[in-house]
Design a protein around this ligand. Sequence first.
Ligand code: IMP
Ligand code: MG
Length: 177
Amino acid sequence: MNYEIKQLYSTDEIQQKVNELAKQIDADLNGEQVILIGLLRGSVIFLSDLARAVQSEAKIDFMTVSSYGNSLTSSRDVRILKDLEEEIFNQHIVIVEDIIDTGHTLNKVIEVLQTRSPKTLRVCTLLDKPSRREVDIPVTYSGFQIPDTFVVGYGIDYAQKHRTLPYIGHVVFKEEI
Ligand code: IMP
Ligand code: MG
């Protein structure tokens, strides 16, 4: 490995943050039910913990979106590879994301889901890199704001590796050490 992983947030810090986010979600739901929508694959571990911390009646569903960068136009082609199985019309929806970077992925997901007329549509992200944003996204529930560094663990990968780490770390490439 020409990189090291340095811990940024411990398992305990993450769990505490997950509990805070779940409380905020519950407060806004006011006793009504919600569908938590996880974006595969990065949000799976976060969603598993969040769904169990939320006290409101909750269903879970998943979407897979892929995003291909286009360096010539600096735009992004975001495609839905797997759509929801649940109907979301007139339902409270919380999109659960691992990390928001440029915002293109969520921008597309919000645009698609809005056409189905949910009762409410909110975004919950564990991590956010605000300095990287290219499109503005309304984020109601945000765990940790981080600088422009590459992170892994707790579901988040580097070339499909390190998703199963129980903490969040940042990748330090050897030339930076
Ligand atoms: P966006 O469309 O640029 O906001 O991309 C968000 C997606 O990029 C996230 O859901 C992650 O899959 C991926 N991503 C962004 N930053 C990181 C990172 O630091 N580590 C791993 N994946 C990341
Ligand atoms: Mg992702």
